[in-house]
Design a protein around this ligand. Sequence first.
Ligand code: FEO
Length: 399
Amino acid sequence: MYCVRNITEDLYWVGGNDRRLALFENIHPIEKGVSYNSYLLLDKKTVLFDTVDWSICRQFLENIQAVLGDRPLDYMVINHMEPDHAACIEEIILRYPDVKIICTEKAFMFMNQFGFHIDGKVMKVKEGDTMSFGKHNVVFVSAPMVHWPEAMVTYDATDGVLFSADAFGSFRSLDGKLFNDEVNFDRDWIDEARRYYTNIVGKYGPHVQALLKKASTIDIKIICPLHGLVWRNNFGYLLGKYDKWSRYEPEEKGVMIVYGTMYGNTEAAANDLATRLAKKGMTNIVMYDVSKTHVSYLISETFKYSHVVLASVTYNLKIYPPMLNYIMDMKALNVQKRTFGLIENGSWAPQSDKLMRELLNEMKDITVLDNEISVNSSMKEQDVDSMESLADSIIESMK
Ligand code: FEO
């Protein structure tokens, strides 16, 4: 059975949801599912904007068939070639053999790399090229590294619709609701939107800034991303979040404490710090066990808070492996502009403070507080002064 929704009078959402997939990109858990959005325009010409992941191809084809009826499909605009959107290109060609593909030169190269049979079907476009499908006039705008180098977005100037590719997307299935004003975004969606952005596109902040700059010059009435909700109002909220994330500015003054503990002693030290902070009035505190929290959640929260405390046991004379993985992911995603505090633990030859400090100091615009807290196996009275001092330093650095 087809399942589609109108966005405007002649534009339809023809995508679908995957609630079965455990790991997006085979890395990121998606307990709440994900949507793959595709859009179909019925103008003088018919135009499909991107395809979907292979997992929902059957639903997608039924949707297209239902909206097109007896009309042929004239064009397929491919804004992004990652297979979660491009997997069904050949299937569309098989069913609509006269379709022309509109894409960038790099997307064409990727189609060949992925082994697609597209000979004679591709119309290459570049930054600023325009095209009319009848009533609708579109302009193609390159958006390299948001999130792959071939990416572009397409702006329909007639209705003010921005087909934004991965930009402004989110994890989470749509569950019948398609528009941002059909959900309580700040309550139910923001965490999954942030986790999507930070882990998928987070590395490319300057490229997102470049796209936001271009977006500020056009009159946007609707944003149609490839995942998550379609936005038709409250753009200031969404663009504000993207602006913060892509500048690597924290959303909130607060402390995220991430601890790596084997037998609970490092966790106890982390609890002690959290309690001291709260007693001093800094109550915006979250705590995560690095071993049981998937790193994609840690990254998302790192983008949210201004301060991060890493409390790590020493393991094989190195940083505890799950903590090392988290730090390396922060580095890979270009986390910047944060203040870090450190707590190390070790029963003999504790090393994790020194090693974490070295890695953090390689990151851009990072402050690592001077306080050194070296717990020997378990926190004791003799550690109280230094823990108190770390709490004071954190609060002082927030002023
Ligand atoms: Fe949802 Fe970069 O693909």
